[in-house]
Design a protein around this ligand. Structure first.
Ligand code: ZN
Length: 349
């Protein structure tokens, strides 16, 4: 019973604090070879070259204005992109060099700037994680669309207001949007890890976790009145908004973010656990499967391993595992809509 809530909470909260695990455990940063790597990056950012490879992006004059290109290409925003490109290219190629040296000495891979040495594909930093994030996004869209079709084309609607009988339809629509938004920014963040994409990914994940927590309260307590819903949701959403503003405008505090995420995750855990014990929902097995799946997926984040062939790491597999779990989760939501509708129709008759 407790596992049900646990799985669901972890399923959501992993989205939130997984990037923290990656950032905290940076073996490469304390390695002696890392100093060599850092020297390489510093040299590269000054000269624009690693070995015989040189990058266009790194050509700046002494006052920070681009040396080449027409005047309209020297706008500040363009320059900022150029700086990012220069930094990521330098880090990437220095990492490849350091990793090659380490391999020749018989050492395994280490992390650089908090990340495993991934091989790029088409300029994408972590192509496999991006692909799985995109598939998660597609699965969320599919789930939401089939939920929409079920509500408005298959299930009977209330004759008075021509709305679905299911009282939580609007809340699940918003959930679909928030989840799709989170996976979109996850895909962007894994394509290119810079300050802005990192903040957008974190913020979207916190928003999803906070919203799903609110939704868990409303569904498990069967809160149906509008005033009661606002009373419950307002303080929670205010807290989540404040937390997101703090991360973006004040400090991206990974430790504190983890505490907030774990707290919201555990709270959801307890709620779904109690609800699973009380209700006689016909689709409990779907919850169970999501739980066991999430539990196994969580092991991937604990036993974090370097990317296989430079592409597939534990985090990528975790993103893959949430794809079928998302399918089941929406399947449960659809069952819930049918179940509630049938109960309400019996009451009407
Ligand atoms: Zn990710």
């Amino acid at each position: 019973m407790l596992l049900i809530g646990g799985g669901l909470a972890f399923f959501v909260s992993l989205l939130c604090f997984v990037p923290i695990i990656i950032i905290d455990a940076s073996v490469g940063d304390s390695n002696p070879l890392y100093n060599l790597h850092r020297g390489c990056v510093e040299y590269c950012e000054k000269t624009g070259c690693v070995g015989d490879k040189c990058f266009q992006h790194c050509r700046f004059s002494s006052d920070g204005v681009s040396v080449d290109g027409p005047w309209y290409m020297q706008e500040p925003l363009y320059l900022r992109w150029k700086h990012w490109d220069c930094q990521t290219d330098c880090r990437y190629h220095c990492m490849l060099d350091t990793e090659r040296d380490r391999q020749m000495d018989g050492h395994g891979p280490v992390k650089y700037h908090g990340k495993w040495p991934f091989k790029r594909a088409f300029g994408i930093q972590e192509p496999v994680s991006v692909a799985f994030s995109a598939l998660n996004l597609a699965m969320q869209f599919h789930g939401w669309l089939s939920f929409f079709i079920l509500l408005y084309y298959k299930l009977p609607q209330s004759p008075q207001n021509r709305k679905p009988y299911y009282e939580f339809s609007g809340l699940w629509h918003i959930y679909g949007l928030v989840a799709m938004n989170a996976w979109f920014w996850s895909a962007v963040f894994h394509s290119r890890d810079v300050d802005y994409t990192e903040k957008l990914d974190y913020s979207s994940a916190v928003a999803l976790l906070g919203y799903s927590f609110t939704l868990a309260i409303l569904r498990t307590f069967n809160v149906r009145g509008e005033a009661a819903r606002v009373m419950v949701a307002a303080p929670l959403l205010a807290f989540v908004t404040t937390h997101i503003l703090y991360l973006n405008c004040y400090k991206l505090d990974y430790g504190m973010n983890m505490v907030v995420c774990v707290a919201m995750g555990i709270a959801q855990l307890l709620l779904w656990a109690v609800w699973a014990g009380v209700t006689r929902h016909p689709s409990r097995w779907k919850l169970w499967t999501v739980v066991v799946g999430s539990g196994l997926a969580m092991l991937l984040e604990i036993y974090d391993f370097p990317p296989y062939k430079g592409y597939i790491d534990a985090h990528a597999i975790w993103h893959a595992s949430t794809i079928p779990l998302t399918f089941l989760w929406w399947s449960f939501i659809k069952d819930d809509a049918e179940y509630r509708t049938s109960i309400l129709l019996k009451k009407v008759k």
